[in-house]
Write a protein that binds this ligand. Structure first.
Ligand code: ASP
Length: 873
């Protein structure tokens, strides 16, 4: 049986025609497929823009009888015509061209990937490179459809996209001039394969092919071109490729090209650099058709091909069935996996991400179509990072702009005159040296000409290091350069290498704070109140217990026994004078004799011992250490007063912070500074010197990392309050510079292996007199007055001792009463207590067992205690 399949090509499409014939030939030679049938290729050349002519050619072909139609290969009036004829007569139409239509006709199948899928592959690439600003340069309006996803995602990713269209009849270089003037270095280029080489050459002519330029080319045919001229420029030129050059079939075709062309009588078709995407798709299309034909043949008896007339309008009987057999087929061809979804679009295919390097056109990643859009489809290979980061900086010479700022960049102190990089030292100098070792680039330091960090003036112009980067006067800027959102609009920053925030530098007050009552400072007020309470209660208890215990009552005149009078030394006044005397370490004329009173005395001695020693020790510390009182404690304090002036650097981020802040306190501070321009300084060094010379009437707003460095060396200066904001220092590069990512990568590495920490330790703590003021700080922070938490234990012991002495006194009383009294102990005690609290006398009569009658009459009349006693003083 013979089946004819037909291809429509223009006379120039020799390679496509060759692949078409070759595919048919290979199928016919393959015994495993379509063994009963022979395919015959029918090739007709048509004029794409003459639809009448195309119509006639197609109808001629159909009258001979065909099973499927391939082509035309590009979108044209004749392609639409062919499509509608095939649809009407139910002839399968296999297409291999880019087609923007969202629906496939029933009788057509396209092996070219769907435009929206390709578009998302381009988006994934741009995302992975972190482009923020780029140009889309295109030839015709199809390009915009091809790149539709960029416009959908532009807002989400904050992309700034500039569109440029080549003007017909004008050289491409004119458009590239515009792109270059706009300082855009990342370009997405959408042009036909035939014009691509010329377009790239024109870009080269206007200086758009340097190492800082990157191109993403939407054509899938870049691999077929001779890119020798672009290999050495270090421009990143990337594109996608669907043709699988590593497939065995492909290798066979490329390896035996000349032999095969001769065999097919097409010796004029020269071997290309790579096979065109459309040719490869046609090759896979023939394979798809033959597999479907075999399946159809096996399931129903197809009576060969049937001539079909365009005029009769009666369709081919098996057209729809053949189409239905084609859709579920999946196989691995020379364009990867050929598989279709329900709607007839290519699915599950993968694309090679290709780039131009010195070693040629190489694969650096693979992009796979997945159903989940959230999943990343891009799988970079080992050489991806090398290509996009380190390799690009190797042996490159960078101009590094910097400013003299301690300890980041300083001029070396030396007797001999130094020049070049040799004249500098500091943290930033060491950091760039570490980076250059890691990434193998060369650099040359250049001091910024206007001595400024970078601030935008009223005209929107940047000065300082930021300005130099914008004007291409230097490649990177390194010093204590703060990353701010405003600066990010003009330049790019790497990851921060140090974190910081604004704080206040101030002079420590030198005058000692003396007060009239500084002798009270060793104890907190509450402790003094406790001591007073302890004194009063211990004295009172001593008096009561002294009265209660019988052993404190003595005969004042032992020779006059008949007086029967007993005397007690612990009157109220004596008790108070005993406790104060002992407390002041002076002793007392009265001495306790009873066990109970001696217990009280002992515990009081212990209490005074501890309290006095604590007081003495702390007083000594208080008198030797200066207590510094600052007139301001934080930014709020500074803002609320007008006596102390304050300022900051004239052209730096600190000034920008205050001028842009919406916080009322900082706004007020900005107004103050603006009203007195003299408060601004040209450098941090000038600001520090001003604080040093001031008598506490100038505060300097500076970043904490620099304050830390200063107060480590000048002990008369200090930081007041915490940080007003949080930010970091980064290396600045030009906008969209290719150096930003590799430098960021290297900074992260230095963070991880501790190099940055070591550098900070070296320049902050060790070199140039670091570590001078640490002792000082320790001393001043250790003096505090004692609180009740420190001495509370002594009061507890005192309380315990007093309770114990009470018990002893009761024991003494009972002991004595059992010998001398006939009354109950309780009554005796009540009487004695009453007597004690009456505080009337220090003497009483002797009470003996035999005097009970007398004693009874005396105690029976309680108010008469006094008169019944022998003498009152
Ligand atoms: N580091 C700051 C800057 O980059 C200087 C400052 O304003 O304190 O501008």
């Amino acid at each position: 049986m013979v089946d004819e399949c037909c291809g429509l090509f223009t006379p120039e499409q020799r390679e496509e025609e060759f692949l078409f014939r070759l595919a048919v030939n290979n199928i016919n030679e393959d015994a495993t497929i379509l063994s009963r049938t022979k395919l015959v290729p029918q090739v007709k050349s048509i004029d794409y823009y003459d639809s009448f002519h195309a119509n006639k050619r197609v109808c001629d072909l159909l009258e001979k009888g065909v099973v499927a139609l391939f082509g035309p290969l590009s979108y044209s009036p004749s392609s639409a015509h062919t499509q509608s004829i095939c649809d009407a007569l139910e002839i399968p139409h296999i297409e291999t061209r880019w087609d923007y239509k969202l629906h496939r006709d029933d009788l057509s199948l396209n092996l070219y990937p769907q435009p929206s899928v390709l578009s998302s592959a381009y988006v994934d690439l741009v995302k992975s490179w972190g482009w923020e600003r780029f140009a889309i340069v295109y030839e015709n309006n199809e390009g915009i459809i091809r790149l539709q996803n960029f416009f959908k995602d532009a807002q989400n990713f904050n992309w700034k996209i500039q569109l440029y269209q080549f003007e017909p009849g004008k050289p491409y270089r004119d458009t590239f001039w515009e792109v270059n003037k706009a300082k855009v270095t990342n370009v997405i280029l959408d042009v036909k394969r035939d014009n691509l080489l010329l377009v790239l050459r024109h870009a080269q002519q206007v200086g758009m092919m340097t190492d800082s330029h990157s191109y993403l080319i939407t054509s899938l045919d870049l691999h077929t071109m001779d890119l020798e001229d672009f290999k050495f420029g270090r421009t990143k030129i990337t594109s996608l490729r669907i043709v699988d050059e590593s497939s065995p079939e492909m290798m066979n075709i490329m390896g035996n090209w000349t032999k095969l062309t001769k065999r097919l009588n097409m010796p004029d078709v020269k071997k290309p650099n790579g096979i065109l995407t459309e040719s490869a798709l046609i090759y896979d299309g023939i394979r798809l058709l033959s597999t479907a034909l075999q399946d159809l043949d096996q399931s129903q008896s197809v009576d060969g091909i049937q001539p079909i007339s365009c005029h009769s309008g009666s369709p081919w009987l098996y057209g729809s069935s053949l189409m239905n057999y084609m859709r579920p087929i999946a196989f691995r061809g020379i364009t990867g996996l050929v598989d279709f979804d329900q709607l007839g679009f290519r699915t599950s295919f993968s694309l090679d991400v290709m780039t131009i390097t010195i070693d040629g056109f190489i694969k650096i990643a693979e992009w796979k179509q997945t159903t989940n859009r959230n999943e990343t489809n891009l799988t970079p290979m080992d050489n991806w990072n090398r290509h996009y980061s380190q390799v690009s900086m190797q042996n490159i010479s960078l101009v590094v702009t910097t400013i003299i700022s301690e300890p980041y960049t300083m001029l070396k102190e030396s007797a001999i005159e130094r020049s070049g990089n040799e004249q500098f030292e500091g943290f930033a100098v060491d950091l760039i040296e570490e980076l250059s070792k890691l990434m193998r680039f060369k650099y040359r330091f250049k001091l910024v000409s206007d001595g400024a960090y970078g601030i935008k003036d009223d005209k929107g112009e940047w000065n300082g290091m930021i300005g130099e980067l914008i004007r291409n006067e230097s490649d990177i800027a390194i010093v204590d350069l703060t990353i701010t959102s405003k600066r990010e609009e003009a330049v790019d920053f790497t990851q921060p290498f140090m974190n910081t925030g604004i704080s206040i530098l101030f002079k420590k007050p030198t005058t000692k704070v003396t007060t009239l009552f500084s002798f009270l400072s060793p104890f907190q007020n509450i402790v003094w109140i406790y001591v007073l309470a302890a004194y009063i209660s211990v004295s009172t208890i001593l008096f009561v217990i002294g009265r209660l215990t019988p052993y404190e009552w003595d005969d004042p005149h032992p020779c006059r026994q008949e007086d029967n009078v007993l005397e007690n030394n612990f009157s109220l006044i004596n008790s108070f004078s005993f406790t104060i005397g002992t407390m002041m370490q002076q002793g007392s004329a009265v001495a306790p004799k009873a066990m109970s009173t001696r217990t009280i005395a002992a515990i009081w001695y212990f209490f005074t011992l501890i309290m006095i020693s604590s007081y003495t020790a702390n007083l000594a510390a208080f008198l030797t250490v200066e207590k510094v009182v600052y007139p301001i404690e934080n930014a709020e304090g500074l803002a609320q007063q007008n006596q102390i002036e304050y300022g900051c650097l004239r052209s730096g981020s600190t000034k920008a912070f205050f001028s842009e802040s919406n916080i009322p306190v900082y706004k007020r501070m900005w107004k103050f500074m603006q009203s007195r321009p003299r408060v601004f300084t040209a450098s941090n060094r000038e600001g520090i010197a001003r604080v040093r010379k001031s008598n506490g009437n100038y505060a300097y707003l500076m970043e904490s990392a620099s304050i830390e460095y200063t107060i480590e060396r000048d002990c008369n200066l200090t930081q007041i309050g915490g940080l007003l904001d949080n930010k970091g220092y980064g290396i600045a590069t030009r906008k969209d510079s290719p150096y930003r990512n590799p430098l960021s990568h290297a900074i992260l590495k230095l963070h991880e292996n501790g190099v940055l920490l070591q550098l900070k330790e070296r320049w902050w703590k060790q070199k140039k007199g670091g570590g001078q003021c640490t002792e000082e700080t320790k001393k001043s922070s250790s003096v505090n007055n004692l609180s009740i938490d420190h001495v509370g234990g002594v009061f507890v012991v005192l309380l315990g001792g007093l309770s114990f002495s009470f018990l002893v006194a009761i024991f003494e009383f009972i002991w004595k009463a059992r010998h001398d009294s006939n009354e109950s102990v309780f009554e005796d005690m009540m009487k004695d207590l009453k007597f004690a609290f009456a505080c009337q006398s220090k003497t009483k009569n002797v009470v003996k067992k035999q005097d009970m009658a007398y004693q009874g009459s005396e105690y029976d009349s309680p108010p008469n205690y006094g008169p019944d006693f022998a003498s009152v003083y």
